[in-house]
Design a protein around this ligand. Structure first.
Ligand code: UDP
Length: 313
């Protein structure tokens, strides 16, 4: 297949490119490097089956030649990034999604929308099932991301209903692994960077809020299966292993052998109190579930962060 992927230079996007190329496909990667990095795809420069276009998909987007599948991954994804770029975040979820859907429609290609567990907001149903409509503050600081992705899901369904575009929607839960930016503010890079430097780990609030962390190769495997399925409604992809953020901080300290203290900082507004995917649907429809144990995934990530810190030093 010839596959167009927006956000190709992002954390998950670049791993998706690797997987698609490993499966023998040809990949056209698009990114404007707003939050992605050329470093993440530097190793693909000599690959004959990889083409890169530096482009902002919120602008008119045209791709030459046949296209079999479109994957829309472009978006700031960490709270720090989307709070810094709220308007760009809304633009890429709206105009960007429309432009990528148009590429799919014009070429009769399949379309995969990578949405988020943030569509559930601060969820009142736990664990989160796809049929839950969510609890989102439409005017809070996180709404630029939550509502952008909710709009993108609605637009994707409208293209399917109106134009019969073969669409899929993934709701991605917290994912971690190599190529996350050290300073993107998310909890995995933040705690690892702090622990490896011997600086205090900054737990926001009392740390009783929960998250469930999925290693990137597992996530990418779920996305690859989903884009080949006929399921049009959203499918959760994530690891159901849930823990509190305070437990996670203590765990990172043990794993890295760090002497770092744990300190508490203010809890950001609308920070979801609990998050854990119900993955029954992915298990049933895709035969998918995560396999990489947390400590194994974290070991890979720690290794990457150590090397990255060394090159920055
Ligand atoms: N968090 C924290 N310290 C940090 C960064 C994040 O305690 O330095 C908390 C944050 O408040 C949230 C959880 O960790 O409850 C996950 O945050 P992240 O930014 O990784 O992603 P989110 O799941 O909120 O989108």
């Amino acid at each position: 297949m010839r596959i167009v992927i927006s956000g190709a230079a992002g954390f998950i996007g670049s791993h998706m490119c690797d997987r698609l190329l490993a499966e023998g496909h040809t990949v056209v990667g698009i990114d404007n490097f707003l939050t992605g990095s050329a470093q993440n795809i530097a190793h693909l420069a000599s690959n004959q089956r990889f083409q890169f276009i530096r482009h902002d998909v919120t602008q008119t987007t045209e791709v030459d030649g046949a296209v079999d599948a479109v994957i829309h991954m472009a978006s700031p994804a960490s709270p720090r990034d989307y709070l810094e770029h709220p308007i760009e975040t809304l633009a890429v979820g709206s105009a960007g999604t429309r432009n990528m859907l148009e590429v799919a429609r014009a070429r009769n290609a399949t379309f995969l929308m990578t949405s988020t567990s943030e569509t559930y907001g601060d969820p009142l149903v736990h664990p989160q099932v796809e049929t839950y409509w969510g609890n989102v503050n439409p005017v809070g600081p996180r709404s630029c991301y939550d509502e952008s992705k909710r709009f993108a899901e609605a637009l994707t369904m409208a293209y399917h209903r109106t134009h019969h575009t073969r669409t899929n929607i993934a709701r991605i839960f917290n994912t971690y692994g190599p190529r996350m930016k050290l300073n993107d503010g998310r909890v995995v890079p933040a705690f690892l960077d702090q622990a490896l430097r011997g600086e205090p780990l900054t737990v926001f609030g009392d740390g009783s809020q929960t998250r469930s962390f999925c290693y990137v190769s597992d996530l990418v495997d779920g996305l690859y299966r989903l884009m080949q399925s006929d399921e049009r409604y959203p499918v959760n992809l994530g690891n159901p292993g849930e823990m509190t953020i305070l437990e996670f901080a203590e765990h990172i300290r043990r794993l890295t052998g760090s002497q770092s203290a744990i300190i508490h900082e203010a809890l950001p507004q609308d920070d979801p109190k609990q998050r854990k995917p119900d993955i029954s649907k992915a298990r049933r429809l895709l035969g998918w579930e995560p396999h990489v144990p947390l400590d194994e995934g974290l070991a890979q990530t720690i290794d990457y962060f150590r090397k990255t810190q060394a090159t920055l030093a």
